[in-house]
Write a protein that binds this ligand. Structure first.
Ligand SMILES: Cc1cc2nc3c(=O)[nH]c(=O)nc-3n(C[C@H](O)[C@H](O)[C@H](O)COP(=O)(O)O)c2cc1C
Length: 246
């Protein structure tokens, strides 16, 4: 049971107790199995078209972790962490994931030949390749965007079909996985800090990523120290951000 969470803890107290921690207690015990469990939960996160175009790179080894911490601009949140986890998107795996999803649909709808089963299969066999296939310079995506803008003048149309849009789409899913991971770590009694302040080019090289892979964020983990929490939580008024269309 995490410290500072009432027993039995509820989701609200879990959310309230999560803070971005910038300095961890290096003398505290750290259970690396907690990270393994939290990542298994992160893999259950919702993700676009269930393509699961993500990877979670665990950096545990002291030497490599310190190298990556340096690439995180030497931030204390990285330097004092027990583990660093890079949440990575892997766009090049789209064909393999499409095949897996299509096979799953075929199995699920075995023996059926109705409209719903045909539509589900068409989604992975036709629509996904149409949107996920890209060339180096993004020209296919640009073409798709122009066609969608034209066709969308008088009918409903998906607009986010360029290569850049696909990157956003994959980073959204990867971010959700990172969020589930951070909550799961908090439920294990540990703390985290999500970081986008890092040298992405060098970090990719250190992790041996492919050229089209991208790091969504690096999340550090450890046990919080008091000075690792920078003051009271600061948020703008809910009135300003929660807009009700009644
Ligand atoms: C995508 C993203 C990137 C972030 N990058 C950094 C970072 O590089 N360094 C850092 O100290 N905090 C980073 N943060 C943490 C935010 O500063 C923090 O979430 C915010 O100040 C709110 O504080 P709280 O998480 O304690 O509620 C990042 C958060 C997010 C979501």
């Amino acid at each position: 049971m995490p410290e500072s969470i009432s027993q039995p803890y509820d989701f609200s107290s879990l959310v309230h107790s999560r803070r971005s921690v910038r300095k961890y207690d290096l003398t505290a015990e750290f259970d690396h199995q907690a990270v393994a469990r939290a990542l298994e939960l992160a893999a259950l996160s919702p993700n676009s078209s269930n393509m699961q175009l993500w990877q979670f790179h665990r950096v545990i080894n002291d030497d490599k972790r310190q190298q990556l911490a340096t690439l995180c601009m030497g931030q204390n949140a990285a330097k004092t962490a027990n583990e660093l986890i890079a949440f990575v998107i892997t766009p090049d795996k789209w064909q393999q994931r499409t095949r897996i999803n299509a096979a799953h649909i075929r199995e699920m709808f075995k023996g059926r030949n109705d409209k719903a089963s045909k539509r589900a299969l068409k989604y992975y066999e036709k629509l996904i390749p149409l949107v996920y296939r890209n060339d180096r310079f993004g020209l296919l995506g640009l073409g798709r965007r122009l066609i969608c803008a034209f066709l969308g003048r008088n009918k409903l149309m998906m607009r986010e079909v360029s290569k850049a849009d696909l990157r956003v789409c994959l980073h959204k899913s990867s971010s959700l996985a990172a969020m589930i991971f951070m909550m799961a770590m908090r439920a294990e009694g540990y703390d985290t800090c999500p970081m986008e302040g890092f040298d992405s080019k060098r970090a990719k090289a250190l992790l041996g990523l492919k050229s089209n892979d991208e790091i969504t964020m690096i999340v550090s983990c450890g046990k919080r120290t008091d000075e690792g929490i920078y003051g009271e939580r600061q948020r703008v008024d809910n009135q300003e951000i929660i807009i009700t269309h009644a």
